[in-house]
Write a protein that binds this ligand. Structure first.
Ligand SMILES: Cc1cc2nc3c(=O)[nH]c(=O)nc-3n(C[C@H](O)[C@H](O)[C@H](O)COP(=O)(O)OP(=O)(O)OC[C@H]3O[C@@H](n4cnc5c(N)ncnc54)[C@H](O)[C@@H]3O)c2cc1C
Length: 652
């Protein structure tokens, strides 16, 4: 639907593939669609085309059109009506892996180490690129190549990496401790830029950008929540909220009050574990509604939920305000979410490549298919070319087959005694079968019951319960960041807006790749949205958010992006029609692995077998990996679970 401001915000600028992406007839926009995309519609050898390079595609990425329709038709029970008889490829492997994310790629790596380099492995991946959530986005602006992260942002985890996960990082040659050499930590500060909060008129009555005294919510700048008295004063003077709300916000941060006098620390934590942080704020601290609105989106980037669905005990663990007088002993309380348990060793283990953990995926590819990624070091890998045509060649030990959705995985015979597994996959409208001695399902758990024949009902239910956290990771390439400089803004937390986080790219230069160093140079602005629906139980919020993402057209997303940017940084001279050169929206309806939460998962508080332990049980010759298998949304878990799955094969 067109908006009267469309022209002003640049909706008529030809930067995107919106006509194509909205499924309408191709019109003028067709001229800028890469030719191989058309080829995808009909060509079985799309990856062989010389110009196949998905990271450079803009528009709707993440779970892009073409990646999800097959599984949705399996879910809807319509797939086999049209599928026809699968063609037998005659291929036989030692191992077929479903899912080319970090878990699937790590599983291939571990398997080859255990079974020998000549073992034959096939990886099936439904997206047009490898890496799963660890995806790379690229832009070229004014002859400058800019690399962004389309998903998995960094090597980081709330708990220390296991020896296995650390071992992989080290084997890949990544020196985590060397990160400080590559990041220009003080760059934005040296230009006077700091984190800000954007109050929008729909939520707070007026549009206003105000300095953020505490880095709460939004952004991926890696800045800690460090109190700053001068910024605090400016915030209280400028925030467009009532005097009462200001007093309450100040009180929340600076008053030391025990809201549960007479209870032991353990008893207090038990209560906080069963109460949302929003309730804690309204019912115990008694703050003004505007304070709740300010903090509502603070946990979006970690939990994919607002403070209505995050336990007060977790808010305490995350360092949110209000607990300084509660005299809680620092040990983790029962039922704490793993993201909320502070750990200094884990905090120190951090590395961000310009494309996030897509570099881990690229380094794994280089190990599995040596000429798949050119070069040979962890610094040259950032700009190294990807040879997609080499990923799936007959005769090589590891083959990575993109654009290929596994649709049926079954034992040839009884799961207890079968000697092989048959895997059927769909690719460009046709179905094919391969056979293997073993199979690892490193794909999303919610998919597994639809593709894996004969699983016990209890295991299926456990797999279904791993509902993913939906997210939008949007990258906007802009001509320069002068407006950000003029306003003194490095990142924006925008609690009422479409995207609740917005930040200038992390200034990292590695090898031949150089980040934007001056405000007159192009840059990538990263924006994040969590489409949760406050008020519902956590899993229902994620389901509702997923539907919202599927139903929103790229055109609407683009309009929201342009509108939000002009409202936030327009006063500094930002003109979306002039300054935006490309937009890539990485839509992840199935994003983070679901992590257990004391408000919604009784077993997490009370103990007992967790759904992920049931879900990941070995089934005959089929093992189950993915970060879902540990209910822990981090790369280290994707690796740990791959290790476990390969270990199961080794045990027989
Ligand atoms: C936006 C975002 C940001 C994140 N940021 C971080 C971060 O900073 N640090 C961190 O540690 N973690 C982060 N994560 C978590 C991330 O999920 C893990 O780190 C890790 O990348 C997960 O790897 P995986 O292989 O387990 O799953 P995935 O990356 O999801 O890979 C599974 C793959 O299987 C494919 N698949 C599914 N069904 C089929 C089928 N039937 N046939 C073929 N293929 C199939 C999927 O499409 C997917 O590509 C982030 C996640 C998201 C979504």
């Amino acid at each position: 639907m067109r908006d009267s401001r469309d022209k002003e915000i640049g909706m008529d600028c030809r930067i995107t593939r919106r006509d194509f992406l909205n499924g309408m007839a191709l019109t003028a926009g067709a001229a800028i669609v890469p030719s191989f995309l058309f080829a995808f519609e009909r060509r079985v050898d799309a990856e062989q085309s010389g110009n196949y390079y998905p990271p450079a595609l803009t528009g709707l990425r993440g779970s892009h059109p073409g990646s999800f329709e097959t599984v949705h038709s399996l879910r809807d029970g319509t797939f086999w009506e049209q599928a026809g008889t699968p063609e037998d490829t005659g291929e036989h492997y030692d191992l077929v892996i479903v899912g080319g994310g970090i878990s699937g790629l790590s599983a291939a790596h571990f398997f080859r180490k255990a079974a020998g380099p000549n073992t034959r492995v096939l990886i099936l991946e439904n997206h047009d690129d490898f890496g799963g959530h660890a995806k790379r986005n690229e832009f070229t602006v004014a002859n400058r190549r800019m690399i962004g992260y389309g998903g998995t942002y960094s090597i980081e985890s709330p708990a220390p990496y296991s020896p296995v996960a650390k071992g992989v990082i080290e084997e890949l040659g990544i020196d985590v401790a060397a990160y400080r050499k590559y990041v220009s930590r003080g760059l934005y500060r040296s230009f006077g830029l700091t984190p800000n909060i954007f109050f929008n008129k729909e939520t707070f009555g007026t549009d206003k950008l105000v300095v953020n005294p505490l880095v709460v919510g939004g952004g991926e700048t890696g800045e800690r929540m460090v109190p700053n008295p001068e910024r605090w004063k400016r915030f209280l003077a400028d925030a467009p909220i009532s005097e009462k709300a200001k007093r309450d916000y100040d009180r929340l941060h600076h008053e030391s009050k025990d809201y549960f006098p007479g209870l032991t620390s353990g008893e207090k934590k038990a209560r906080l574990a069963r109460m949302s942080y929003a309730k804690f704020l309204t019912d115990l601290v008694g703050v003004d509604e505007d304070v709740v609105k300010i903090l509502q989106a603070a946990p979006h980037d970690t939990f994919g939920l607002g403070i209505d669905a995050v336990a007060a005990q977790d808010a305490w663990g995350m360092g949110y305000p209000g607990f300084s007088g509660m005299k809680l002993d620092p040990t983790p309380g029962k039922g704490m979410n793993r993201d909320a348990i502070p750990n200094e060793e884990a905090e120190r283990y951090f590395f961000h490549f310009p494309d996030g953990n897509a570099t881990i995926a690229r380094l794994l590819i280089r190990k599995l298919v040596p000429d798949g990624i050119s070069g040979n070091s962890t610094t040259d890998v950032v700009t190294a070319g990807t040879n997609y045509e080499k990923l799936d060649r007959s005769g090589q030990p590891v083959r990575i087959r993109l654009n290929s959705t596994a649709v049926r995985v079954k034992h040839n015979g009884d799961p207890g005694s079968a000697k092989e597994v048959e895997v059927t996959y769909a690719r460009f409208g046709k179905t094919y079968t391969v056979r293997a001695a073993h199979c690892i399902l490193a794909c999303w758990h919610v998919v597994i019951p639809y593709i894996c024949d004969g699983l016990p009902e209890k295991q299926k239910q456990a797999l279904y319960s791993a509902t993913k956290v939906p997210l939008l990771y949007t990258n906007v390439a802009i001509n320069n960041w002068e407006a950000f400089q003029k306003l003194g803004v490095s990142s924006v937390y925008a609690p009422g807006s479409y995207h609740t986080g917005c930040t200038l790219d992390v200034p990292v230069s590695i090898g031949d790749y150089h980040c934007s160093q001056r405000p007159d140079q192009p840059i990538v602005v990263h924006m994040m949205k969590t489409p949760c629906q406050a008020g519902l139980p956590a899993r229902d919020q994620h389901r509702a958010g997923r539907v919202e993402l599927f139903e929103t057209t790229f055109e609407t997303m683009e309009r929201n992006i342009r509108d939000q940017l002009v409202r936030m940084v327009g006063p500094g001279g930002f003109d979306p029609a002039r300054d935006i050169t490309a937009i890539t929206v990485n839509r992840w309806p199935h994003g983070y692995a679901y992590e257990y939460n004391s408000l919604w998962d009784e077993f997490w508080l009370e103990g007992g077998e967790t759904p992920c332990e049931v879900a990941r049980k070995k089934f005959g010759r089929i093992s189950i990996a993915n970060s879902d298998a540990g209910a822990y949304a981090y790369t280290d878990e994707a690796i740990n679970q791959a290790w476990r799955a390969v270990g199961e094969i080794a045990k027989g």
